[in-house]
Design a protein around this ligand. Structure first.
Ligand SMILES: [Zn+2]
Length: 236
């Protein structure tokens, strides 16, 4: 099965690059189109800048990161730390999925550390099925298939046991470069909780690599609900 379109949905700008940037780079190498979406605009991601300025800066960073693998970036524009599963947001995510028409969706797991990540996971899981419903109307027409949804690893792998691995050794520099576009987040996260997102990403990639017999890997789990399951591999 040739994957033609991939949709990666994160809660905040930078989540997708961290969780599955290597896998997205490999999909692009295989000729698939890639769309990176963030549900929120990341407005609370800076102490120094105003929220409006933060949104602008983070959009530019996300566009640059997507540009590195010639992917498209879309923000659904919700407020950071204010993502809830309600009817309006369900419709927004359904419309996103219908608009992109992906063969595969990548998103957060339901056990990651941030409430927005967990709600994004829920929104995508639900929307990926309802996107086929003729009676749930949004701007784009319904899908005729239910796209499989893969959950990407949790931050530092806490409470996540991957069942499929992708060897990202060959594209690690691309992944690093994508993450480094999110410059505004480095001082912010370091100051907040001592996180060095680049170092943490490499620690996890090395662990997942050791677990799967390669140098560096990303780990995933399939959202196992009918009819999301396929008999063949969809990850690179
Ligand atoms: Zn996030």
């Amino acid at each position: 099965m040739k994957v033609e379109r991939v949709l990666a949905v994160g809660a905040h700008p930078d989540d997708v690059e961290l969780g599955c940037g290597g896998t997205l780079a490999l999909y692009r190498k295989m000729g698939a189109e890639v769309v990176i979406a963030s549900v929120s605009c990341g407005d609370k991601g800076s102490r120094e800048l105003s929220r409006e300025e933060t949104v602008r800066v983070r959009r530019e960073e996300a566009e640059r990161a997507a540009g590195i693998i010639r992917a498209t970036y879309i923000s659904l524009g919700l407020m950071d730390s204010e993502i809830f599963e309600d009817l309006e947001n369900r419709a927004r995510v359904i419309e996103l999925i219908r608009n992109v028409r992906p063969n595969v969706i990548l998103t957060h797991s339901s056990s990651d550390y941030h409430a927005d990540h967990r709600t994004t996971s829920l929104l995508v899981n639900q929307a990926s099925y309802i996107a086929t419903s003729f009676r749930f109307e949004t701007e784009s027409p319904p899908l005729s298939w239910v796209p499989p949804v893969y959950h990407m690893d949790n931050y530092l792998g806490v409470n996540f046991l991957p069942e499929e691995f992708v060897d990202i050794t060959a594209v690690i520099e691309v992944k690093k470069k994508m993450i480094l576009q999110h410059k505004s987040q480095f001082p912010h996260l370091k100051e907040r909780s001592g996180e060095d997102i680049l170092e943490d990403m490499l620690i996890l990639a090395r662990l997942r690599g050791r677990q799967s017999g390669v140098r560096l890997a990303e780990g995933f789990r399939l959202f196992r609900a009918w009819p999301h399951i396929r008999t063949y591999r969809l990850l690179p």
